[in-house]
Design a protein. Structure first.
Length: 268
């Protein structure tokens, strides 16, 4: 089936006065879902995050208004309450509003907070899941989050809380022992401190670590190391990045597929 034939399918209506929260995936624009693509074709307004590709924005209808709502650590950023209110106001004005978020809206993406605001104002909405960077981004680095010979459980966590500090609510002793594999979002700033907490809770300093920067993009960088040498790793990395701890990172030696000419395709 060609993409042109997709237009004939029975797509759900993107009605005026509604909001679609769409996950853009981990980086490569080709990883956007078909439902997300359809929403971009019909939206009157696209409110997008910092990590959303320009190539994805180009899929929106030419008349669509584009509003930047990106949040980057350490830089001036819109307040979440203001973003949520903007969604409400645009929907109340009768617009088809598409909120385009990196990864998946409900995986450390503040999507739930935005939905709560929509619910409070009786705004109808649709959730269009996206490929989370903690799964899809690692796949582009040749790292499966599970393998039956290494782990039957995975822990996903964020490396900072709303204050910007290491999450105080995380039980690091429990996390360290809960699963062989730990995947961390937004952990670059506090990587050394987190590694110290995990080691103090029982993880070995020799546990493998991989950091994937700019996942699923042509400039993707992967740095390998151990929990005990994260100070060296910190000198080589920069956000956006996903951190994974565990033996699955060793599979990258055979699974590292996103190399060479494969990176020349801008869609991923």
């Amino acid at each position: 089936m060609s993409f042109a034939a997709l237009d004939a399918l029975d797509w759900p209506q993107f009605e005026p006065g509604t909001v679609w929260l769409v996950g853009a995936g981990p980086g490569a624009p080709g990883l956007l879902s078909l439902m997300g693509y359809r929403g971009l074709q019909e939206a009157d307004v696209v409110i997008y995050d910092a990590l959303v590709s320009e190539k994805l924005l180009d899929l929106a209808q030419p008349a669509a208004e584009r509003i930047y709502a990106g949040k980057r650590g350490g830089k001036p950023s819109p307040k979440q309450a203001d973003i949520s209110l903007r969604l409400v106001e645009l929907a109340q004005a009768g617009k088809r509003v598409l909120r385009l978020k990196g990864g998946d809206p409900f995986v450390f993406g503040r999507g739930a907070e935005e939905v709560l605001a929509l619910v409070a104002h009786d705004i109808r909405f649709r959730i269009v899941p996206g490929i989370s960077a903690g799964i899809g981004g690692l796949a582009y680095a040749g790292i499966p989050v599970t393998h039956r010979d290494t782990n039957q459980a995975v822990v996903f966590l964020t490396g900072h809380d709303e204050t910007g500090d290491v999450p105080a609510a995380v039980d690091w002793a429990a996390v360290a022992n809960a699963a062989p594999v730990i995947v961390m979002y937004m952990a670059v700033k506090h990587l050394k401190s987190i590694a110290e907490r995990l080691i103090a809770a029982g993880r070995s300093p020799a546990d493998r670590v991989a950091v994937v920067c700019n996942a699923a993009l042509p400039n993707q960088l992967v740095v390998d190391g151990t929990l005990g040498d994260v100070e060296r790793i910190e000198q080589l990395i920069a956000p956006p990045a996903i951190v994974v701890v565990g033996a699955v990172t060793a599979l990258r030696e055979d699974f590292d597929w996103y190399v060479g000419a494969l990176r020349e395709n801008g869609l991923g």
